[in-house]
Design a binder for this molecule. Structure first.
Ligand SMILES: NC(=O)c1ccc[n+]([C@@H]2O[C@H](COP(=O)([O-])OP(=O)(O)OC[C@H]3O[C@@H](n4cnc5c(N)ncnc54)[C@H](OP(=O)(O)O)[C@@H]3O)[C@@H](O)[C@H]2O)c1
Length: 355
């Protein structure tokens, strides 16, 4: 009887995780790992254990027997270093940790560097070269090096997954890879930057651009340096990640043609609103003559267009050969959805739907 039960419910095998980056997403993931995520992973047959955490300014810690997540969370939330949790010889840097710590999956959650994709790309590559899986919510490695990293993962018999890189946890990459099998994505259009949508919506109501920008900054949704959002870099990095993953392109963010919402006049935005139209920062990619091109620019859209949607952080419409248009609509996205994307990538690693 006991033997039959043990066969039915085999002991979960250990799954050692290294977190590079322990900010909003990393900490939320760690909190949920102690609750529902842990339950879900155990049901999938693994016992998750975080054996390494690296940060930028809060030190790093490795413990092969598993770090205490409540203690790690408390230390970082109090602004302290993780070093009291570290066991063994000192480790000098995240790179050294990624290269030497004991783990099965690297969870890469460092900040995005839009123009280079580093250091996240180097971290992911180092993990894959060691024969460890890598998952990330950072769009940098997907926009700058997806083809190379995917080939590297394949060579080492491991996975490189990145569901959280665009539209938080909304299942774009999983949808295209697992639910649209045999379908070719010919192109896509989307509104992928919520900061510009928020600013344009306020301008439609007659609020001056500078005031709308100040409101977005005060609410913490726009950076102190807003160029990344306004000049289309954020949308360009996302467009590039999508084109590379869904259309097999090999673009870099600098290849995406960009125009800024700063070039739009208040009069143009208000006049469009009076005519029942809306300006939005639209991202587009298409394949012409075997080549994928992409651009991000403000466009005037009729109110009924799928891309004009109130209460949405992002909308993406895929143009496919066998399924026509397939749309994804994201409500309020953020840290919870991105942490979920990490879980969904881990589940794909431990219980793959397809290899
Ligand atoms: N927040 C979201 O809703 C969201 C949504 C989708 C995608 N993402 C992406 O997910 C990633 C993480 O986002 P987040 O909001 O958690 O960022 P965050 O709050 O800024 O946290 C970044 C973390 O990375 C650490 N870090 C910085 N440089 C590092 C390095 N060289 N090595 C190791 N750790 C380093 C930081 O440490 P210190 O704090 O000690 O400097 C911090 O723990 C980003 O790439 C972001 O674009 C986030």
């Amino acid at each position: 009887m006991a033997a039959r039960l043990a066969r039915k419910h085999p002991k979960p095998r250990p799954l050692r995780l290294a977190l590079s980056g322990f900010g909003h997403v990393g900490r939320r993931f760690a909190e949920l790992l102690g609750g529902p995520y842990g339950v879900i992973l155990r049901r999938a047959g693994v016992e998750p254990r975080v054996t390494a955490i690296a940060t930028g300014r809060h030190g790093l810690a490795v413990d092969p027997s598993g770090l205490s997540l409540p203690r790690a969370l408390a230390l970082v939330e109090d602004g302290c270093s993780l070093s009291p949790l570290h066991q063994g010889a000192p480790i000098a840097s995240t790179r050294a940790l990624v290269a030497a710590a004991p783990y099965d999956v690297l969870v890469e959650l460092t900040p995005l560097s839009p123009l280079t994709g580093e250091p996240a790309t180097a971290h992911v590559a180092a993990a894959l070269r060691r024969g460890c899986h890598a998952v990330t919510a950072n769009k940098g490695p997907v926009a700058h090096a997806r083809r190379r990293l995917t080939a590297l993962a394949r060579r080492h018999g491991v996975r490189f997954l990145h569901e959280g890189a665009v539209m938080d946890g909304f299942p774009i990459f999983n949808l295209a890879e697992r639910c649209l099998r045999g379908v070719t994505v010919r192109g896509f259009r989307g509104v992928l930057n919520s900061t510009t949508t928020r600013i344009l919506s306020r301008m439609e109501a007659g609020v001056p651009f500078d005031v709308a920008l100040g409101e977005a900054q005060a609410a913490g949704v726009a950076e102190a340096d807003p160029a990344f959002d306004l000049d289309g870099w954020d949308a360009a990095v996302k467009t590039c990640a999508l084109a590379n993953a869904l259309m097999g392109a090999n673009l870099r963010p600098a290849d995406v043609e960009r125009a800024s919402v700063r070039d739009l006049s208040a009069e143009a935005v208000e006049a469009a609103a009076r005519e029942g139209k809306r300006w939005r920062l639209v991202a587009r990619a298409e394949r012409t003559g075997g080549r994928v091109t992409a651009r991000v620019a403000p466009e005037e859209l009729p109110l009924g267009d799928l891309l004009v949607s109130s209460g949405s952080d992002g909308v993406l419409v895929l143009d496919t050969d066998l399924m026509g248009e397939v749309g994804l609509w994201e409500g309020a996205g953020g840290v919870d959805q991105t942490a979920y994307a990490v879980l969904s990538d881990l589940l794909e690693i431990v219980a793959p739907t397809r290899r």
